[in-house]
Design a protein around this ligand. Structure first.
Ligand code: CIR
Length: 254
């Protein structure tokens, strides 16, 4: 399936004080601004229209627009981000989505869900249970998706931060998998592109129309994805990785 639009949001100065579990050090604001610009340019080169939202200092992690929403071609689900400091990000995202969608659903408390825990593979959705997404949030999303004719499975995560930290779908039954997903029964029927432990960060890649965007510095991942028949584009993600973010987290694609 092809995407026509992406939504991105510029990093705020407060980005450097956002949530993280990594021990990679504090991000450099000027550098993350540059990396984000390169990201937006890369998306635009993939034949999509970019809606660029302004930075919001009130929400240090709001550059990670993937988390407050789950989108399909037919409807938008406003998520309920599980980190308290991020929950209010959903308001600006809903506002931005009004231009594109008429049909909205919402994940409601006591259900919590981050979009980073949701992977779409054609008509099938996978929903991870994490520190951010609880059973009630996952159950609400599954109910919405099934009502709309999609399939949905809920998977408890063992180690990954978000579901999409360790998995990406490229289309044509090709699934990029790392860590706990390599032998996970839910993904046994896909053609698996297996990412080694050292290259785990590169499992969070995104296919945007004819291109797979991957983080730079992972030649094995690049080779495997190209061998599967895709064109790749590499981006330096150092300052994003420092805040536990990856390529998928930085945009909503629809
Ligand atoms: C957070 O902890 O929420 C952000 N620092 C990182 C969010 C990454 N988002 C994603 O994986 N979808």
């Amino acid at each position: 399936s092809r995407f026509q639009n992406v939504i991105v949001k510029a990093p705020a100065r407060s980005y450097v004080d956002g949530l993280t579990t990594s021990d990679l050090g504090k991000p450099d604001y000027e550098k993350v601004v540059e990396q984000h610009k390169a990201y937006v340019e890369a998306l635009k080169s993939c034949d999509v229209e970019a809606t660029e939202l302004q930075a919001d200092e009130q929400y240090p992690d709001s550059v990670f627009v993937e988390d407050p929403a789950v989108l399909t071609p037919e409807f938008a689900v406003i998520a309920n981000p599980g980190a308290e400091s991020r929950n209010g990000e959903k308001e600006a995202i809903e506002e931005a989505l009004k231009k594109f969608y008429d049909k909205f659903y919402r994940i409601e408390a006591p259900g919590y869900l981050d979009g980073g825990d949701v992977l779409q593979a054609d008509e099938h959705f996978y929903i991870g249970l994490s520190e951010r997404t609880n059973e009630e949030g996952a159950r609400q999303l599954k109910e919405i998706l099934e009502k709309e004719g999609y399939k949905a499975d809920i998977l408890p995560l063992k180690e990954f931060f978000h579901l999409k930290t360790g998995i990406a779908y490229l289309g044509n039954n090709n699934m990029v998998v790392a860590g706990e997903f390599i032998d996970h029964p839910a993904f046994a029927d896909y053609n698996r592109i297996v990412i080694s432990k050292e290259d785990e960060y590169s499992a969070n890649c995104i296919k945007v129309n004819d291109t797979v965007i991957i983080p730079s510095g992972y030649p094995e991942t690049k080779r495997k994805i190209e061998e599967a028949g895709y064109r790749t584009l590499e981006l330096d993600m150092s300052e994003v990785q420092k805040q536990d973010g990856g390529l998928s987290c930085l945009s909503l694609r629809f």
